[in-house]
Design a protein around this ligand. Structure first.
Ligand SMILES: NC(=O)c1ccc[n+]([C@@H]2O[C@H](COP(=O)([O-])OP(=O)(O)OC[C@H]3O[C@@H](n4cnc5c(N)ncnc54)[C@H](O)[C@@H]3O)[C@@H](O)[C@H]2O)c1
Length: 253
């Protein structure tokens, strides 16, 4: 599919996998991320004529709006948007600080909204587009130590799907991919706290519900494939859904 796609969190594990898939399909991609080095590393390994990395903090909604306007001026209409940037803070609800909760909500909720709003409005005006937000299975079922993160992911999902309802008649589809444990820098940081793959895959009464029935941690491409499908016209009759890509971990359809 050839078009123009905006991907937030492009320098991260899942974001970079989505960018590569889209470029393989012939799209032009603008990747937003706060990690300038990560964007530069990605940029060196892809077709520079079709990928543009923009260093930006998604908590600055005005700056995101300016990038959207600038990309559309230079390249043309953004027809797909993937909101993938996110941060993880762990801690029990009885102990987590307001500051930690604000940190996850500022990026995972307001940072998603900062992209949804300007891109969604333009898509609606033009009468078409597709949006996917990467949520988490922690936004579907309670996970120990993940109350704030899970709440932020549930909020991002509801914002995305509510926009999808509001814009459905304008031809804009909005879906959510609820990822489970996926081998990315975020997961590596988390696993070093919990002691490696085993408690995640096998399950642990203290920390996790069931482990992962399929018996493995996902690769970023496992999530990217579903994101790219939902973004594409092959999913033209799919909107307002949450697709769970977690190897069965949340026992949630
Ligand atoms: N890895 C997992 O196990 C897992 C599981 C469920 C959901 N997710 C979700 O998948 C998405 C991608 O995560 P990942 O695993 O690839 O993590 P990652 O840490 O590799 O990537 C996240 C990216 O978001 C960027 N980012 C963070 N804050 C930002 C900000 N304020 N402005 C701009 N960019 C910012 C980071 O620089 C990073 O490149 C996240 O939303 C995450 O919550 C991941």
């Amino acid at each position: 599919m050839k078009g123009i796609v905006m991907v937030t969190g492009a320098a991260g594990g899942i974001g970079a996998a989505v960018v590569r898939r889209l470029l393989d399909d012939g799209d032009r991609v603008v990747g937003l991320d706060a990690d300038a080095d990560g964007l530069a590393r990605l940029g060196r390994t892809v077709d520079a004529a079709r990928f543009r990395g923009v260093e930006i903090d998604l908590r600055r909604a005005d700056a995101v709006e300016a990038v959207v306007a600038e990309v559309e001026e230079a390249w043309g209409p953004i027809d797909r948007l993937a909101c993938i940037a996110g941060v993880l803070e762990v801690g029990p609800v009885t102990e987590i600080s307001d500051d930690a909760v604000r940190r996850v909500f500022d990026v995972n909720v307001l940072g998603v909204l900062a992209a949804l709003r300007p891109v969604g409005a333009r898509m609606a005006q033009r009468g078409g587009g597709s949006v996917v937000t990467v949520g988490s299975n922690a936004g579907l079922v309670p996970r120990v130590g993940m109350g704030a993160y899970g709440a932020s992911k549930a909020a991002a999902s509801m914002l995305t799907r509510s926009m999808g309802l509001e814009l459905a008649r304008s031809g804009v589809r909005c879906n959510v991919v609820c990822a489970g444990s996926t081998r990315t820098p975020m997961q590596v940081r988390f696993q070093s706290d919990v002691g490696g793959d085993a408690p995640v895959v096998e399950g642990s009464l203290e920390s996790f519900r069931t482990g992962i029935p399929l018996g493995r941690i996902a690769d970023p491409d496992d999530v990217a494939d579903v994101v790219v499908y939902l973004l594409s016209d092959r999913a033209r009759h799919v909107t307002l859904t949450e697709v769970v890509v977690d190897g069965g971990a949340s026992l949630h359809g």
